[in-house]
Design a protein around this ligand. Structure first.
Ligand SMILES: [Zn+2]
Length: 318
C-alpha cells in the first residue's frame, strides 16, 4: 500500500503535469493466505511453559520458537475468531482473556498445533503459519526481506536515474513490476515514450491503482497562469521543496509528465531527502534533532478544484 512509498522531495518547472497517486501494489502473495508449501518446517515437540505463559515449539531442523499464550488466543484462526474470506478478526477484545492459561497443547497427526483453552475453546495452528510469525530477530529480519522492506538505495548526484519504457509498463506486467520495485528502491524513475498529450499520467496511475483527489483536482496543468494560486504556476524558478506539507496525508508518489519542453530552462531537479537526512544526522545531530521534533505550521489557501484552506502541523523531517 501507499505507506511503503517514499515522501518525495522534488523540483518541477512549468510545462509539467503532476498528480498525487496512491500506489496499490498487489503482492504475489499475502501474509494470511500464502499457499502452503510442502511442510518444510515440521515440529519435533511443543509444550506449554505455564509459569512464563509461553508456548514453546521445538523445530525438526533445530531451534525453538516461543509464542505468548495471549498472542495465540488473540490470533486464533478458527471460524469463530477469524473471518476467513476477509482475513480479519472476529474475536472481540471484550471476549479476550488477556490472562488466559492453557489447558493442553499437542502436535496433531497432520503436524498442526492444537490448543485447548480453559473455556474449552480450541485453536489449531499450521506449523508454517507459526514459523513465519516466530518472534526471533532472525525471523523478523526474514519477514522484512520477504516484503522487500530493506531495499533502499540512497543517492546523490552520481545517480543514474532508472529508466523504463512507458508503453511496456502499460502493457507488460513484468515491466510494471520492475518499474514499481525501482521506484520503491530508488524513489524516482524516468519513464520514456509517453505520447506528448494530456491524460497519460492518469493512464499510468490507473495501471496500478487510483488517483488521489486533492483540491487541485484529479490531475492539473503546471503552467504559467495569471493570478497563480501556487508558485508552481509561475514562470520563475522554484527551489527544492516537498509538495503538500499541508495535507494530512502527503502524496506517496507524484507523476509529472513533460508535454512541452521550455525552449530555455525548465530543468527538473530532485534530491534524495533520505540521503540528506542521514547525512545531516551524522554531521549535525543537534539540527537533525530539531528538524525531527519541532512541529511547524503549514497552510495552503485558495481556490482551484474547490475553495480550500488547509492547515497542518508537521515536522520538517518525519
Ligand atoms: Zn477461535
Amino acid at each position: 500500500s501507499s505507506s511503503y512509498l517514499l515522501p518525495w522531495v522534488n523540483y518541477c518547472k512549468r510545462m509539467l503535469l503532476k498528480l498525487g497517486c496512491e500506489l496499490h501494489i498487489r503482492r504475489h502473495q499475502t501474509l494470511g493466505s500464502a499457499p502452503m508449501p510442502v511442510a518444510s518446517h515440521s515440529m519435533r515437540h511443543v509444550r506449554a511453559l505455564d509459569e512464563e505463559r509461553l508456548m514453546e515449539v521445538e523445530w525438526e531442523d533445530g531451534g525453538q520458537s516461543l509464542y505468548p499464550f495471549t498472542w495465540l488466543r488473540d490470533n486464533c484462526q478458527c471460524p469463530h475468531c477469524t473471518l476467513r474470506s476477509a482475513e480479519a478478526r472476529l474475536l472481540l477484545m471484550a471476549d479476550l482473556d488477556i490472562h488466559t492459561g492453557m489447558d493442553s497443547v499437542e502436535v496433531t497427526k497432520d503436524s498442526k498445533v492444537s490448543i485447548v483453552w480453559p473455556d474449552q475453546h480450541m485453536s489449531v495452528f499450521d506449523a508454517e503459519w507459526l514459523k513465519k510469525r516466530c518472534f526471533s530477530d532472525a525471523a523478523r529480519q526474514a519477514m522484512q526481506e520477504e516484503l522487500f522492506l530493506n531495499e533502499r538505495y540512497y543517492w546523490d548526484a552520481t545517480l543514474r536515474i532508472p529508466q523504463v519504457d512507458f508503453q511496456e509498463v502499460l502493457h507488460d506486467d513484468g515491466a510494471a513490476l520492475a518499474w514499481l520495485l525501482a521506484l520503491r528502491r530508488v524513489g524516482i524513475v524516468h519513464l520514456k515514450g509517453a505520447p506528448a498529450e494530456q491524460g497519460q499520467v492518469a493512464r499510468l496511475a490507473e495501471r496500478i491503482g487510483y488517483l488521489r483527489l486533492t483540491f487541485y483536482g484529479h490531475t492539473w496543468q503546471v503552467q504559467d497562469k495569471s493570478m497563480a494560486n501556487n508558485v508552481a504556476y509561475t514562470s520563475g524558478k522554484l527551489s527544492l521543496h516537498t509538495d503538500y506539507p499541508a495535507l494530512h496525508f502527503a502524496p506517496g508518489v507524484q507523476f509529472l509528465h513533460c508535454i512541452n519542453q521550455a525552449k530555455e530552462g525548465g530543468e527538473s531537479e530532485v534530491v534524495d531527502g533520505f540521503h540528506m537526512a542521514e547525512q545531516l544526522q551524522r554531521e549535525d545531530p543537534e539540527a537533525f534533532r530539531t528538524l525531527t521534533s519541532l512541529r511547524v505550521d503549514f497552510t495552503d489557501t485558495g481556490t482551484d478544484y474547490c475553495d480550500f484552506m488547509l492547515q497542518s502541523k508537521n515536522r520538517i523531517i518525519e
